[in-house]
Design a protein around this ligand. Sequence first.
Ligand SMILES: [Zn+2]
Length: 752
Amino acid sequence: MKNFYVFFMLIFLCNSIIAQNTYKENCKRSHISNSTQRVNYLQYPTMNKYDIKYLKLDIAAEANNYFISGSCCTVSKAVSDVDSFVTELKSNMTVDSIFVDGVKKTFSQSNDHVIVKLSPSIPTNSFFSVLIFYKGTTISNSGVYAGTASNNTLSYTATLSESYQAREWFPIKQILSDKIDSTDIWVTTSNTNKVGSNGNLLGVDNLANNKVRYRWHSNHPMNYYMPSIAVGNYQEYKNYAKPAAISPDSILILHYIPNSQSFLSSNKTNLDKTPAFVEKLSELYGLYPFYDEKYGHSTAEISGGMEHQTMTTMCSNCYGESIVAHELGHQWFGDHVTCAKWNDIWLNEGFASYSEYLMAEKLPNLFSTSAAASMLSVHSNVMRSSSGSVYVPDASVYDENRIFSSQLSYDKGSAIIHTLRFEMQSDSLFFKTLKNFQTQFKDSVATGEDFKNVAEATCNKSFADFFTQWYYGQGYPTYNVTYYKSTANTLLLSVSENVSASTYTSFFKGLLELKITSNQGDTTVLINLNSNDQIFQFNYNKTPTGIVIDPNNWIINKNGTISNSIILPVKILAFTGSSSNCNYLLNWTTTNELSIRKYEIQYSQDGINYNTIGTLNALKDSENNYAFTFNESTLANCLFRLKVIEENGSEFYSNSINIVSNCNIAFEVSVYPNPILNNEINVNIHSNHSGVNQLYLYNSIGQLIKKENVVVKKGLNNPFRWNHLGHLSKGTYYIKIINEEGQQINQKLLKN
Ligand SMILES: [Zn+2]
């Protein structure tokens, strides 16, 4: 609590010192051309040692004039010991004096930074105020825009600080992660002007010399590029939005517009749409975050709109319903929650652009173009280029043309939010995700990964593939569909895709709608595409006439070929075989076998005549592995093939494979029982050759007692009972077996 006391004392200090200052106004006007494209950007890391809690600008500015003078006071908390206070301010601005905690300090300016050495340093966790008196002619159209509008009576000076231009007109650290917790923005100008800025207008003070001072205050945290002023000879026009959540209260919508009746009458219809947008977006995203302050527009020719917190700056020709919806959408996405890094500008521009779509979808009467037509044109704009990611790569993070690429950050950014909504298959989950994201990251910053995590937690589903393909990845798919009526009630759809930037994204997985057209009525089906050439089977008893790919335009894609033909049946990815332990082992893998009934396994010795040796029914999964063992070892080698029989009765064959038997069992003989019983013996021959073997029985002095030929089959146990040997007396005997190769085995036998 003590710290808070100090904090408020410091704010008081900011105000009391400013009040003593008198401004020396210089009406010099200068136009300097825009700065060249930035390729790098120096920031002193020392600025991370403090966290800005409060900002007060007390400046003088006139319409159609680039000169700004006044003071900037910040109250900050030391995150670590601050031995020098560093802030950013363009070097063309002159610093007159600096006070730290009310004490005047020496300072230096270099590399567009202002540096104040502090001794002793400000200790960690303490609050300190820095008051800077400065003035200068700002660089034209770089942070400050001033001029007159030819088509009406407007004379204006307005600021636009995004992305790196706040320092053009006031001293500030341009670090996204440090939001300024509250602000006072006071602007002194001629009493013919009005001044639009952030938050609530606390008052307008009449000063000497026909001057007025506008005092704006905001209690909501805002990013460094949000503080803004728009000074002009405006007329004021007001609406009130009445979101259900705060009924019967309302939110002021304050428009500072060119002071001509014709401007008001030609723009009134669109200005009057603003309350409806505030109310609808409050339903969809959560209550308008700054409902206790206001929303509004100030007019200045900044070539577009800029979503300054609670008061968008808008060019005089920009009050179309789409830009009004876009800048309003930013109040949630960009202002309330800001991208943590410029890489993730999607969180600002993608969602603001999708706000345009949502307003057209939800409030079609307020739009001249349908939501569907606008999404179609967004898609075609994206596909003018075959590559490019929504995520801004590190190499481009200082390139404002890339950050604010209309094709990637705005259009593709909006389109992939639409696709994500489709992937969720639930508007309830989709809008819950948006609200959860707002709640979780309000008054703070977030990354694309943060959004992904909220979506995954809300939907209890992984969106890893989605973000890899659509956010970090590049390009888009072109879908090809073949449809085939395989039975009276079955439709098969074979779907494949080509991609436009295969180096970066080789395949787009995900849901896809296909509309099957028919004279008997169209049918839309949903498939989940996981790999190329997937076949999908549907119960379908109509006669199809064609396919419409992605009929509701959820996905950035192009149409490839659509054909009605017999879908190439099963793909046999691998048909292989081997021999093991005198068995033939066959294996094959298939895909797309929805149309297949069964497989017959056939073998042949001559490659002409095939015999079926087994049948397996088709498993009909998207990919299947089959194994079959042929228990026949008498054949030295075999040809095998698959006969594939389809559900409709047609059939085809796989290629043939030749397998050589590895049956290499040695010539083995066992004779039993030994000693001999009952004048008979059993002989078991195991040979790696088929053929006729000769058996001989001799007595101990080599006399042949009996001889017999037996037929032996290769690889098998070939048992023979050899009886009728006559009476064998006690003694020693020998048995000799000779196989077809001439190999022989002798064994000694005993008779007791
Ligand atoms: Zn925008």
